[in-house]
Design a protein around this ligand. Structure first.
Ligand SMILES: NC(=O)c1ccc[n+]([C@@H]2O[C@H](COP(=O)([O-])OP(=O)(O)OC[C@H]3O[C@@H](n4cnc5c(N)ncnc54)[C@H](OP(=O)(O)O)[C@@H]3O)[C@@H](O)[C@H]2O)c1
Length: 313
């Protein structure tokens, strides 16, 4: 038997349980991975609460988790290029990553560069693919002035660095506690909240070329007020606002996950991009981890520690 996070019905974090499940072997074309770290995302919380029932229904007892990193413990028939003991970054579509073991198609893991920490690797998939989708959607170019709303979140922090490395001037909307981090990164942080439009106008009197919204609320209206072309405005959360104003709403499903992760992992290994992790919890405290996420503030990601960090990898 091994452990997996499950929930027997829709509800708050109190429905999350760590249960014993029968171990499954890797079938043909599959690998089995002993999970070291697993990420958490607000989309999973929405599914667990039942808010996505019409589009992404749960099948009870439902499992949870897409992001993970771990060590390959079994390789199925027909799998080439992956060996037992390999450290990997995974991207599951089976709602099963918050568990001791994940069995999935071998194409859904990439090698984990040893320069990337287990925490960073475990939280990379959803935030990373979404960040690439955001910069691609608005076509960030050298010399652009780009506003990134919600820059301190998992998606925002990666998007910020991707836009910066694409040669853009980045104005990042953040809370008070994150101002210093973004200054040190070499971008221009600006406090979100009342007066944001004036603060951005003061920083960029010549105008803003592109706007990436990872937070929602009235950010799309702000982008329009700043005169940003709707075709160069993207949101990953305000879908009704996007329909109303005519902006883009391109999320993680618009990119090739494997190619994107390979690219991000290589760039992180070179030290070009980092993914801060502001909190970690043992797997058995999964409910506390989602309660912390729901507070809505922090720098980067929260990850679950599933097993001891291996000596190598
Ligand atoms: N469509 C897709 O494909 C897709 C994929 C992934 C995520 N999403 C959605 O995108 C959103 C962001 O995801 P995430 O994983 O990056 O979330 P997250 O890591 O939980 O981000 C929370 C961040 O929001 C910031 N924040 C709080 N209040 C704010 C405000 N008024 N203005 C600007 N920023 C504020 C906080 O920064 P401070 O600490 O500075 O306050 C915090 O760092 C979520 O709603 C998620 O569901 C969509």
């Amino acid at each position: 038997m091994s452990r997996a996070v499950k929930f027997p019905r829709y509800g708050g974090t109190d429905v999350l349980q760590l249960v014993d499940v029968a171990e499954v072997n890797a079938g043909p074309g599959e690998v089995k991975v002993a999970v070291v770290t697993a990420g958490i995302n607000s989309g999973e919380a929405a599914i667990r609460q039942g808010a996505m029932d019409s589009v992404y229904p749960a099948h009870f007892p439902e499992g949870q988790g897409s992001d993970f990193a771990g060590v390959v413990s079994e390789v199925g028939d027909g799998v080439n290029g992956i060996e037992v003991g390999d450290a990997v970054v995974g991207f599951s579509d089976g709602r099963n990553a918050q568990a001791d073991y994940v069995v999935l198609a071998a194409e859904r893991v990439i090698p984990k560069p040893h320069e990337i920490s287990w925490d960073e690797a475990g939280g990379l998939y959803v935030a990373g693919t979404t960040a690439i989708a955001c910069v691609t959607a608005v076509g960030v170019r050298p010399g652009d002035t780009v506003v990134i709303a919600g820059a301190a979140g998992g998606v925002g922090i990666l998007t910020t660095q991707l836009a910066q490395h694409a040669g853009a001037r980045v104005i990042a909307t953040v809370g008070e506690s994150n101002l210093d981090y973004f200054r040190e990164l070499g971008v221009e942080p600006v406090l979100y909240g009342e007066g944001l439009r004036e603060r951005i106008r003061e920083l960029a009197p010549e105008g803003v070329d592109a706007f990436i919204d990872t937070h929602g609320e009235d950010n799309l209206r702000l982008a329009a007020d700043l005169g940003v072309d709707p075709d160069r405005t993207n949101t990953i959360i305000d879908f009704s606002g996007a329909a109303e104003i005519g902006t883009k709403a391109k999320g993680m499903s618009t990119v090739d996950a494997r190619q994107t992760l390979l690219e991000l992992a290589a760039r992180m290994a070179r030290g070009e991009i980092e993914l801060p992790v502001y909190a970690s919890y043992p797997l058995e405290e999964v409910a506390a981890a989602y309660d912390r996420l729901a507070e809505g503030h922090g720098l980067g990601k929260i990850v679950l520690h599933v097993s001891e960090e291996p000596l190598s990898g």
